[in-house]
Design a protein around this ligand. Structure first.
Ligand code: HEC
Length: 141
């Protein structure tokens, strides 16, 4: 019989760069979704305008911008689990190649350089982007 693996046992199978994201997702789930202050929404809009419009169409900020192959923020709200994706986007490809969360994700090693200008955010930024995206129109299902 195989020995039972607890959470710690399982974590060894999780790629190192994913672990912080899982912790963060759990933490956010425990904190619950309190109604965001409008200042947080404004901050999130600002951060998204600065960093995400390079590839994504972000609501009315750059309706004719973005990169064709990259999903728009409003389009992603078609997906039932879009909020989780915005909580974890920095561990989902292609973002680990260029996004670093200050004091959460590991410093980029010299043999894995960012191939474009690196985006460094805080967890608060990630939270506020989500607060902002919550205010974008939801496409009808
Ligand atoms: C270098 C281009 C680029 C930048 C900059 C970028 N993204 Fe993305 N993003 C992508 C691409 C490409 C995909 C689609 C990945 C796929 O199809 O698997 C994506 C997918 C996503 C997804 C869905 C993830 C999934 O796998 O479900 C979220 C959420 C997301 N991006 C959020 C953001 C946020 C927030 C920012 C700004 C902080 C940002 N992205 C900046 C290129 C980018």
């Amino acid at each position: 019989m195989k020995p039972a693996t607890g959470i710690t046992g399982n974590m060894t199978a999780v790629p190192r760069q994913w672990r912080p994201g899982i912790g963060v997702a759990l933490l956010m789930a425990m904190m619950g979704a309190a109604a965001p202050a409008s200042a947080d929404v404004d901050r999130g809009r600002e951060v998204a305008a600065t960093h995400c419009t390079r590839c994504h169409v972000v609501g009315d900020i750059n309706p004719y911008g973005g990169i064709e192959s990259t999903p728009s923020f409003i389009g992603m709200k078609y997906l039932a689990d879009w909020e989780r994706r915005f909580e974890e986007f920095y561990i989902l490809p292609p973002h680990p190649a260029l996004v670093r969360i200050d004091e959460v994700t590991a410093e980029r090693s010299d043999d894995r350089p960012a191939f474009v200008h690196e985006i460094v955010l805080t967890l608060e930024d990630v939270d506020d982007i989500l607060n902002f995206v919550r205010t974008l129109p939801s496409p009808a299902r």
